[in-house]
Unconditional design. Structure first.
Length: 153
């Protein structure tokens, strides 16, 4: 489950990509998602305004990163007013969060959708040809390197 989140995969099939671009660059296109998963047909936006709740998930991820950073900083460097290590911690943490913010925003969407869509290991994964035969999926994104999983009988 965590591996699928980090790889930004569809929560239903854990095979299809949730975002059109694998990279967060260019930043203007980093949040573009296909209408449906190209493997299982799961809608990426179940209802209008669905992703407004990702702000709370993003906040939780940010707090977790700050706490993690504070723990390792406290263990290896320590906090002190005398050597300004507290200010160094704040500067490094803020810089880290600015750099990681695009990734955090994407991860928050993946985790939020996974809260409402359950993994279905028995759901058939569509091949590229099968996905092309479904009109709703043709409008979505179908990557060239898609390799369907083998289905057991």
């Amino acid at each position: 489950m965590v591996a699928a989140w980090l790889m930004m995969k569809c929560p239903k099939c854990r095979t299809g990509s949730m975002f059109i671009n694998k990279s967060v660059f260019p930043l203007k296109d980093m949040m573009k998602m296909p209408e449906r998963c190209h493997c299982c047909g799961q809608k990426m936006e179940p209802e209008p305004g669905f992703y407004y709740g990702t702000g709370y998930v993003s906040y939780g991820i940010t707090v977790a990163l700050l706490v993690f950073n504070a723990v390792w900083w406290g263990l290896f460097v320590g906090f002190s007013w005398d050597d300004n290590s507290l200010y160094w911690y704040l500067g490094i943490s803020i810089g880290m969060l600015i750099v990681l913010q695009p990734w955090v925003m994407r991860l928050a969407r993946v985790m939020y959708l996974a809260m409402f869509v359950k993994y279905d290991k028995n759901h058939p994964v569509l091949s590229k040809e099968e996905a092309n035969a479904i009109p709703e999926l043709v409008q979505g994104y179908i990557p060239k390197e898609h390799k369907p999983l083998k289905q057991s009988a």
